[in-house]
Design a protein around this ligand. Structure first.
Ligand code: NAD
Ligand code: MG
Length: 384
């Protein structure tokens, strides 16, 4: 029986993980839950159903409220509580499904404690990729992706040796604005940007998918997960979101992975690896799948991927700063303090004003995250 820490349990990936746990009661149980606390009713319902040993609530007031509702259950508050959930002695694998750089410290603590991490929280790897991958090596812990493109690559990469790989190709749906005229991008509302054509996801990643910054973050994520240089990672637009990514080998063979576009498949892979478990989730049927389209990404329209490539090539503090600026800009857009095209403009301006510095530790990465947030705030306020 594999005991899980589920960090970000009330979110989109958190709920998909609970669905996978329900499908495999003989294999999986939830030992600890952690969430921010904004959706306390959902967290309470999860705690009643899953009976974990510990529930962590980032917001301390909400933590006290949950303790009143669930007497007899151990409840921990604050960031320390979330770290306690990630490192709890009975946990065998940590599902890192918090959103944003806030997920970095608990993911670090989990690896430091030698726990395997099933990672949805791509921002953690973007902010501190080399630090996390080195720590995992030192502690003998594994990082297995949950992000669907990376789950596809992880599977396709099992078909050959690393030296035989020519390039990785990430598929992108293109998001809701793939065909919308650029002239009207100034008028894009949060509601329009949140309406993703093929995936149902949390708010932040939905906006990242509309700007395609999500694909830029995934490029950096793939680089660290698979040790492939950014020049050997490409992006192709595939509007049906059924081919989740592809690997090209030296001999000209392509290996792709397909499934229904539901994150339960990716979550289950990250929990079952190196095994495969039977399930009865809805299946793809090649006979009725219809056509699959592929087209090049228009990098003039979607400048985010080029910015991420630039940050990946620069290395050091650049990806942390890119991510921080993006988080601040996305938040401002959702609050209608920034127009849609200004999200990527802000990220670019912050990167332009940044001098790349080596990152050697978690503290360095967190310092540059804080710097990027401050700088984005200044630039959005009209500062220089
Ligand atoms: P979401 O907004 O739906 O959920 C986020 C979860 O994190 C919530 O449970 C929230 O309470 C919790 N959380 C936020 N801040 C926290 C804090 N400081 N302490 C403890 N908990 C906190 O987000 P999501 O769509 O589930 O995405 C989660 C992560 O997975 C993101 O990094 C995203 O990029 C990645 N991801 C998501 C999908 C998807 O389909 N949703 C696909 C691939 C990757
Ligand atoms: Mg993805």
């Amino acid at each position: 029986m594999l005991a899980l820490a589920l960090l970000g349990s009330t979110g989109s990936i958190g709920r998909s993980t609970v669905e996978v746990v329900r499908h495999h009661p003989e294999r999986l149980r939830v030992a600890t839950l952690a969430a921010f606390g904004s959706d306390l009713d959902a967290l309470e319902a999860q705690a009643r159903e899953l009976r974990p040993e510990l529930v962590a609530v980032h917001d301390r007031e909400r933590a006290r409220e949950l303790a009143r509702r669930l007497p007899g259950l151990e409840i921990a508050g604050g960031a320390e509580g979330v770290t306690a959930a990630a490192t709890h002695p009975s946990v065998g694998r940590v599902v890192a499904a918090m959103v944003g750089a806030a997920g970095l410290a608990p993911a670090y603590a989990a690896l430091d404690a030698g726990k395997d991490v099933a990672l949805a929280n791509k921002e953690a790897l973007v902010v501190a990729g080399p630090v996390l991958t080195q720590l995992a090596r030192e502690r003998g812990a594994r990082i297995v992706p949950i992000d669907s493109e990376h789950v596809a690559l992880h599977q396709a990469l099992r078909c050959g040796a690393a030296s035989e790989v020519r390039r990785l190709v990430l598929t992108a749906s293109g998001g809701p604005f793939r065909e919308r005229e650029l002239e009207s991008w100034d008028r894009i509302t949060p509601r329009e940007a949140l309406a993703h054509p093929t995936w149902s996801m949390g708010r932040k990643i939905s906006i990242d998918s509309a700007t395609l910054m999500n694909k830029g973050l995934e490029l950096i994520e793939a680089r660290h997960l698979f040790g492939v240089p950014p020049e050997a990672i490409d992006v192709v637009v595939h509007p049906q979101s059924q081919v989740h990514s592809l690997v090209e080998y030296a001999d000209g063979s392509w290996i792709a992975q397909l499934s229904v576009n539901d994150m339960v498949f990716a979550v289950q892979y990250a929990l079952s690896f190196p095994e495969r478990w039977a399930n009865d989730f809805p299946r793809l049927d090649p006979g009725t799948m219809g056509s699959l389209d592929f087209e090049p990404l228009d990098e003039g329209r979607f400048r985010s991927v080029g910015l991420a490539r630039r940050a990946a090539a620069a290395g050091g503090s650049a990806p942390a700063v890119l991510n921080a600026a993006n988080e601040i800009a996305v938040h401002a857009f959702l609050e209608e303090r920034l127009r849609f095209p200004q999200i990527v403009d802000t990220v670019e301006a912050v990167l332009d004003s940044h001098r790349v510095t080596p990152v050697a530790s978690l503290e360095d990465a967190l310092d540059w995250d804080a710097w990027g947030r401050r700088r984005a705030g200044e630039l959005m306020a009209g500062g220089r």
